[in-house]
Design a protein around this ligand. Structure first.
Ligand code: AMP
Ligand code: MG
Length: 411
């Protein structure tokens, strides 16, 4: 195999290559109804064509009146000429000493400039008195104080969340342009793999990565298609992957990317497409392979379950985000290390740990003692990957570490 592609690269170089390839392969755009747009990446800037509020309206339940009449009528009583609820205006025109009973959100009747609140009033036989001082212009929501015409209220690349979606609804939008979701196929491979639920033969293990990848992708709002397990047979692998290369935006495989005899994936990519990089100086996940066949991007994750988790969370999601033009980075927290760590290798390490937020809101992380990327239980019982920077040495307890949350902290 020739080696014209980057190999054994740093984690940050892998990030850069992924970003560049994703940018060159940006997915298309589709209109999505707001009601289905949660977590989608917005593909357009939204410029408001209306003001919010659209009209001056009452901020409280009370009485709409003219402030200039207060001196004279607050103690003796304003005449109530009717009621204005939120909804169509009834066309009241207020004259000296008059007021209109009004509810929150109702349009201000013509001539009024102040709302005196209900709590500080007493009503009697069609008139109302006020016990507390009422300031000119109080309790009114002014047209345009929240959003003005031509305000940019959402930007391309933002991830749509409930509050922003509701703002888009408030300016009257029914649907917005979003990046299309990538279609993703998942392949697990290995002669030793058996589907959960089937009896195990000697030397077999259950395929745990398939459901791991399915759920990691479902958590991203995607609908992955999982292929039947591939045997370590180059002809079968080639047929299946070539099929997938015509039908999906992204193909994620796991297993078969190391340099073992049965690791056919790098050769497949070299022969039918191209490799963008192979092997990243990270632990776990070193054999990570990234390439392309036609327009379909291939991410070859190593087979060990913890490698799948670390490479997907750190780089796989980045690829999916980049393809959708997501501009907001994933949250990376900083947490205080509760125990010292001795690091005996130079690679960037994603170490499993238990992230804890105490009742003061302080975040700490306790490393999990288990090492070995096969130890899935340690990953299931952890909820964060602690990023130990490149280089050997001791990291003292109390150090502030970057952590990648997952499990119950991932939302
Ligand atoms: P490989 O990258 O194919 O050499 O696999 C590395 C290790 O991960 C081996 O111990 C495999 O048995 C294991 N492995 C590979 N695929 C899976 C899978 N889908 N589920 C669980 N373990 C796997
Ligand atoms: Mg294998």
């Amino acid at each position: 195999m020739n080696s014209t592609y980057p190999q054994r690269i740093s984690f940050s170089d892998a990030q850069t290559i992924i970003d560049d390839v994703a940018a060159a392969n940006r997915l298309g755009v589709e209109r999505v109804p707001l009601a289905r747009s949660l977590n989608r990446v917005l593909a357009e800037d939204i410029i408001s064509t209306v003001t919010l509020p659209n009209f001056d309206n009452a901020a409280m339940d009370g009485y709409a009146l003219r402030a200039e009449d207060l001196n004279e009528y607050a103690k003796t009583g304003f005449e109530i000429i009717g009621e204005q609820f939120a909804g169509p205006p009834k066309g009241f025109v207020i004259e000296k000493g008059q007021c209109v009973r009004i509810t929150t959100g109702a349009m201000l009747p013509e001539g009024t400039d102040t709302i005196a609140i209900k709590e500080d009033s007493s009503e009697e036989q069609g008139s109302v008195k006020f016990h507390a001082p009422v300031k000119f212009g109080s309790n009114i929501r002014r047209a345009g104080e929240d959003v003005a015409i031509d305000d940019n209220i959402a930007k391309a690349g933002q991830v749509l969340k409930a509050a922003r979606i509701s703002l888009l609804a408030a300016v009257g939008l029914h649907d917005v342009a979003c990046a299309t979701r990538p279609t993703v196929a998942i392949f697990t491979s290995g002669d030793e793999l058996q589907a959960p639920g089937q009896p195990l033969q000697a030397g077999q293990i259950y395929d745990s990565n398939r459901v791991l990848l399915q759920n990691l992708l479902i958590a991203e709002g995607l609908e992955p298609v999982a292929w039947p397990v591939l045997p370590d047979d180059p002809a079968r692998i080639e047929t299946a992957l070539r099929d997938a290369a015509f039908s999906f935006d992204v193909v994620i495989t796991c297993g078969g990317v190391s340099a073992g005899e049965k690791d056919y994936l790098p050769a497949f990519l070299e022969q039918h497409g191209q490799i963008h990089f192979w092997k990243v100086r990270m632990k776990p996940g070193m054999p990570l392979l990234f390439g392309q066949v036609g327009k379909t991007l291939f991410l070859g994750l190593p087979g060990n379950p913890v490698s799948v988790l670390a490479t997907f969370l750190s780089l796989g999601r980045r690829l999916l985000d980049g393809l959708q033009g997501r501009a907001e980075p994933r949250s990376l927290l900083r947490a205080q290390l509760s125990q010292s760590i001795t690091k005996q290798h130079a690679r960037l390490e994603f170490m499993r740990g238990d992230l804890h937020i105490d009742n003061q809101g302080m975040i700490s992380v306790t490393p999990n003692a288990a090492t070995g990327s096969h130890r899935l239980r340690a990953a299931a019982e952890s909820n964060a990957l602690i990023m130990l920077p490149e280089g050997e040495g001791n990291i003292a307890a109390g150090a502030m570490m970057r952590v990648l949350p997952y499990g119950r902290w991932l939302s």
